[in-house]
Structure formats: C-alpha cells, structure tokens
Design a protein around this ligand. Structure first.
Ligand code: DAH
Length: 360
C-alpha cells in the first residue's frame, strides 16, 4: 500500500509539472500506458493471494481513475493557456492601413496577364486552357507546319524522351513552343462561333538578354462566319491603346509569315528612340509587338471546321516582352531570378486592380 501511496504522489507531481500538451501526453503514457507504471502493478495482481488481490486491485483502480481525472483537468487548463497565448500573439490590427500590412507583391508577369485578360474580356473573349506538354501534332502539324518544314527547327524545341508506347513522329512529346497549340485543342473540342483567349508558359532552348528557355505568351482566337482582317486590326488597335494607356498610339501592320495564318502580319506600335531611351507613343520609329493573321484554311480543316463556311483571326504576343516595355524592365532574365528585392521594386500591390481600363 505504501507503494501505491508513493506512486500516487510521484505521478501526481509529474502530471502537475507538465507545462505543455506534449509533456502531459508523456506523463499519461508513463502512468497509464500499456507499459505504464499503474499497468505494470496491475500485472502483479495475478500472483497475489485473493484478499491482497482484492484490496490492491481496488486501490490501483482508484489510483488509475484519479490520475486519469487529474490528466483531463491538466489538459483542459493547458488548452486554455495555449489558446490565451495564441490570442495574445496572433493579432491582426484591423485599424492598420493596407499599406502598412502589405507584405507580398504581384509579379509583373502576373500583373500583365491580368491586364491582358481584363482588356480582352471586356471585348467578349473567354479564357480557355491547354497543356504545357504537347505533341508534335498539336504544336506543329495541325498548325500547318509541314513535316520537315524549317520553321519547326527555328523553334529550338525541347523534346521529351521517346515513349515506346507512342508511335509515329506526330506523337512525339515536347514542351509547347507557343500557345498557338491551344487553338487546336479548342477548335477540336468546341463548335464555332469561338472567341477565346489563352495564355501561359512556352519553352524554347534559347537564352540571352531578351530570351529565356521558359517564357510566357498570350493569344486570342476568333472563329465565326464573317470576321475579316478589318475586325482583327480594329480589335488589336483597341487593345494596344488600352494596354499602353495611350489613346492615339500609332500602329502599323506589316505582312509576315506564320504557317497557321493567311494572310499573316506583324503589328508595330509607334515609339521614339531619341536620346538612347525607348519611349512608346508617337515618334519616328516602330516597335514590333505581336504576330497575327486570318486563321489558315488548313488549320480549320485539321480541326474539322469547314473553311468555306467559317473564318477567323488569331494574334499572339510575348507577355514578358509586353511587361518589359510597359514597366521599363531592361533584362528579361531578372523576371525569373526570384529576387525579393527586385520584386519589391518592380512588383505590384496585391490590393490594386490591374490598371487597364478600356474605357468601354
Ligand atoms: N505562335 C507565334 C510565335 O510563337 C505567334 C503568333 C503569330 C500567334 C501569329 C498567332 C498569330 O496567333 O496569328 O511566334
């Protein structure tokens, strides 16, 4: 019995000394666990004579209940204490201005994407998506790049290791070299009329001041029965003027070749390079900004759309380049260095809306 009395005082002080939930759990295991002190004593009952077994058994059961109750009491006290501590430290001062609370910044690429989406959503374009890992068919063939065409080589494509289950050149996997591949997915999945935009990462093995192996493109596609080059030009003029926030921004379209459009063009915006710097707006020089054109009849056919009934236009642009131009960021590679000092300089306040009011 003295054993039980001294065990009781020992276990009681151990439970009372537990000052956090972890040490309380340890105390519980020591006292009541499968190999705990009380359990150990219970195991000795079998060797006792009946009278001793009865009294010791009762005393041990009483001790077990007492210690369990003490642990429960201690646990609720510790939980209360923990909650009080959290309430005292995890405070948010709602009277602080958002400026004082600000911690993170929106990356200029995300900001630019949001601006592009805002402008084109105002014109009725809807966001669709496509995968980063493509195959040759979607990235090239369906877009009217004939097999063996030199334009395929110009894309400096990252090919994935050959998959023995995929047969034929068309099925070769690659990292998409442009967002134009999303045209194919969309037109195969959905019936025209279509008025969509899509954006995301693209990959080419290229790296210098203005190229990174991973970069971002943004593209629009419209397919219906009557849209023509005039609509495309009007839409893109409205876009660049809203994006650069210059109402009279001069634009010009130069004929250009892309296999998936006919006719194809590049759009330039006015700028001035006087004094070494670049200033966007009326000036004596031009800056190339995007590629565009009327969707090639072969591309429509490849997607099961009758080119005698439907036509449409597409335009694609580099998001990183647009961000550099609009926000005066000189080196493309800095976008991807994850330098927080750079981000706090060039980044945007998360509480601000994309500054791209179209005025419509
Ligand atoms: N995919 C082209 C590139 O990566 C850009 C482009 C040009 C997209 C003309 C278009 C377009 O939709 O019509 O260089």
């Amino acid at each position: 019995m003295t054993d039980i009395a001294s065990l009781k005082s020992e276990l009681t002080s151990m439970v009372e000394a537990a000052n956090n939930l972890q040490s309380l759990e340890q105390a519980r295991v020591t006292a009541l666990g499968k190999k705990g002190r009380i359990t150990d004593l219970m195991k000795t009952l079998g060797g006792m004579d009946p009278e001793e077994r009865k009294t010791t058994g009762q005393a041990l059961n009483a001790l077990k209940d007492e210690i369990a109750a003490l642990i429960a009491k201690q646990e609720s006290a510790l939980r209360k204490q923990e909650m009080a501590g959290r309430l005292a430290t995890e405070t948010i001062d709602v009277t602080l201005s958002p400026q004082q609370q600000r911690k993170g910044h929106i990356h200029p690429i995300s900001q630019t994407m949001d601006e592009l989406v805002t402008i084109f959503a105002d014109m009725g374009f809807e966001v669709v998506e496509g995968p980063d890992i493509e195959d040759e068919y979607h990235d090239f063939t369906a877009l009217n790049f004939p097999i063996g065409h030199p334009a395929r080589e110009e894309h400096d494509t990252f090919y994935l290791p050959d998959d023995p289950d995929e047969k034929g050149e068309e099925a070769r996997k690659l990292l998409r070299t442009h967002t134009s591949a999303v045209q194919i997915h969309t037109m195969k999945k959905r019936k025209p009329p279509l008025k969509v935009m899509y954006m995301g990462r693209c990959y080419r093995a290229d790296s210098d001041m203005t190229h990174t192996p991973m970069f971002h493109q943004f593209e629009i596609l419209l397919v219906d029965k009557k849209s023509h080059m005039g609509h495309l030009k009007g839409c893109l003029m409205d876009f660049v003027r809203a994006f650069f926030e210059i109402d009279d921004l001069p634009v010009r379209f130069r004929p250009s070749f892309f296999p998936f459009v006919e006719p194809g063009a590049e759009m330039d915006i006015g700028c001035s390079r006087k004094g070494g710097g670049l200033k966007i707006g009326a000036g004596d020089d031009w800056l190339e900004i995007l590629g565009c054109g009327m969707v090639h009849p072969n591309v429509l056919k490849n997607c099961g759309i009758d080119p005698d009934e439907y036509q449409g236009f597409a335009a694609g642009m580099g998001v990183d380049r647009l961000a550099m131009l609009k926000y005066g960021i000189p080196d493309l590679r800095t976008f991807f260095e994850s330098d927080t000092r750079w981000l706090s300089h060039y980044g945007f306040d998360p509480l601000e809306r994309p500054n791209a009011a179209t005025g419509s």
